[in-house]
Write a protein that binds this ligand. Structure first.
Ligand code: GLU
Length: 423
């Protein structure tokens, strides 16, 4: 195991390293490639001073980490969250490398973030934040170098401000510098819902493999109710499953007969917290939601929610990792031992970056695809990747997490060997 340094200090980073080491033992990947993948290629820290509405200036800390760019330009979201730090950003960049490689994209892995609670900023302050961050990391990004996208706390509007700032500096419009943009400035149809849609596709593939039908007896609990959770919930409910629980920062709502999703969506337009929801439900904590007696559990909010402390109490037989890193390595070991089928994050939530790739390709060609074409290509890439991970699992008699990492690293190692190392 590599010596712990500042960049590798976050639990999420240690978790990723552990998975990498485990995967390298299962398959015969060149140890020199594994060694190179343990640390990021480049990590940029920037200071972001913004003028608050009251006239004072406040400085925030921002990062962009490019983990590996062997397969193509760096790709990965920008997170605005109060817990962002360099090590966690680096871990997420590493996961992006493995995600892009696993699903066969010609892209590397990167991630960015600012340590800020965006809910405390006004729209004007948020715009200042997005623009100054874009200016500071501007020299290190670009459509052929590193392409940011939305992540927790960021959205299409922030991508629009980001793209505008970058373009102003260069003197002409460069939509390809970000993905997840609004359609009106070169975004792609289907990008907004793509991560959640991909989660629902992967749940279907898993059910097929396990000979489980999705119908009204299928109970689903979703940790989260945001960009990933909502489309996943809607798609699974359309297939007949009962969405029994969802949650936000204020806690969860539960109904064993299934929640009324349309009513919750209508309610959430008022930006109120779920703890104020007035529909038919029981209020539960986020912790209780994870341990509900359901068939499918989708942690789709943040990392590290399923740990050695609660893994034993999980009742779901399928866990679909909608978030990045929701299960710690210790939890994965306990769950695997219990026979839980885990759909790994780098596969399960790859729908977002896959449609980001489509957006980038459409932008380069200036030729835009219709939604059916986008969703059917998304489906086929995920299906093929799922089969690859499942077959790797069978071949090496291992778990899905290790299989996904092995399959990903195998492709990456081949490319790294071919490009060689210079000097
Ligand atoms: N933030 C998303 C992820 O974690 C999407 C990244 C992208 O589209 O580049 O996969």
């Amino acid at each position: 195991m590599t010596e712990k340094s500042y960049i590798s200090s976050a639990p999420l980073y240690q978790n990723a390293l552990f998975q990498l080491e485990k995967a390298s033992k299962v398959t015969d990947v060149d140890p020199n490639c594994i060694e190179r993948l343990k640390t990021p290629k480049r990590a940029i820290q920037v200071s972001i001073p913004i003028r608050l509405d009251d006239g004072t200036i406040k400085t925030f800390e921002g990062y962009r980490v490019q983990h590996n760019m062997t397969l193509g330009p760096g790709k990965g979201g920008i997170r605005f969250h109060k817990h962002v730090n360099l090590s966690e950003t680096a871990a997420l960049a590493m996961l992006m490398t493995f995600k892009c490689s696993l699903v066969g994209l010609p892209l590397g892995g990167a991630k960015g973030g600012v340590k800020v609670d965006p809910s405390l900023l006004s729209r004007q302050e948020l715009q200042g934040m997005a623009r100054r961050y874009a200016t500071e990391i501007g020299p290190f990004i670009g459509p052929g170098m590193d392409i940011p996208a939305p992540d927790i706390g960021t959205d299409g509007q922030i991508m629009a401000w980001f793209m505008d700032t970058y373009s102003q500096v260069k003197g002409h419009a460069i939509p390809g510098v970000v993905t997840g943009k609004p359609i009106a400035i070169g975004g792609s149809l289907g990008r907004r819902d793509s991560t959640g849609k991909g989660v629902a596709f992967c749940v279907q593939f898993a059910c097929e493999k396990l000979n489980k039908k999705i119908d009204s007896s299928t109970r689903v609990a979703i940790h989260g109710f945001g960009k990933v959770a909502i489309p996943a919930a809607l798609d699974l409910s359309e297939l007949g499953a009962k969405i029994c629980a969802v949650s936000d920062v204020s806690g969860g709502i539960y109904n064993s007969n299934g929640l009324d999703l349309n009513k919750i969506l209508e309610f959430s337009k008022s930006r109120k917290l779920l703890s104020e929801y007035d529909g038919e439900c029981e209020f539960i904590s986020n912790e209780d939601l994870l341990e509900l007696d359901v068939d499918i559990l989708i942690p789709a909010a943040i990392d590290g929610v399923i740990t050695k402390n609660n893994a034993e109490k999980i009742k779901a037989t399928i866990i679909a990792e909608g978030a990045n890193g929701p299960c710690t390595q210790e939890a994965v070991d306990i769950l695997t031992e219990k026979g839980v089928f885990i759909i790994p994050d780098i596969l399960c939530n790859a729908g977002g970056v896959i449609v980001s790739y489509f957006e980038w390709v459409q932008g380069v060609q200036q030729l835009f695809w219709d939604l059916d074409h986008i969703n059917s290509r998304l489906h086929s890439i995920l299906k093929e990747s799922f089969e690859n991970v499942y077959n790797t699992r069978q071949k090496y008699n291992t778990d899905m997490k290790t299989a996904a990492m092995s399959a990903s690293v195998k492709r990456l190692a081949k490319a790294m060997r071919l490009r060689g190392m210079w000097p």
